[in-house]
Design a protein. Sequence first.
Length: 233
Amino acid sequence: KVIVATGGKSYKTLGATDIGLSIAKKFGIEVKEFEPALVGMTVQKEQFWMKELTGLSCYVHIQVGDKLLHEEMLFAHKGISGPCVLSASLYWRKGDISINFLPNKNIKHLIKNSKKLLSSAIPLPKRLSKAILTALDVEDVACNKISKEMLEKLECIHNYSFAPAGNFGFTKAEVSRGGVVCDELETSSLESKKVKGLYFIGEVVDVTGELGGYNFQWAFSSAVVCANALNRL
């Protein structure tokens, strides 16, 4: 009996490789090539303003397709990171994502009847609020002097959409997305349907969870399922 528990390609410094997929392919078992997941995202030139906010974080909602993530986002020198972005990277392939910088507020209500400058009325770190205004092409004026056109632009603070350039790669990824396709394995034992006595468990299998211990849980649980199946033989 051979159990392949070689993990993914993340953390190369620990010796991580894609040897598990090489083994599977040699036996004609279908795989999905590994991709970095739970990883920060790089940004296009239009979003380079984010890199100037390195070290600053805020609570956001990020929409990726039908998936809505809500947690802290961290601005990094390569782009954006933090728990919310890492989980979003699990679902993003290409195309736009949307960030709501004020998920629990309404920008219209915040500025209504206010004489404060917009950057002061927006309940975010001052550096961030000023940077967002510049990115939205909205002048930092008193709230009671804002025009209808400016307000329309300002509402994009709830729906700032852009296409990430890519991600930080395997060296920064928490896990690898992809692996041995689940349909190739018996659910009761994780034994290959094509090769008797060959088992695949953990991250080498195409199962990836969000942050929060789910990937550890899958590794442990798949090991228990496999071990129990071997004990029954």
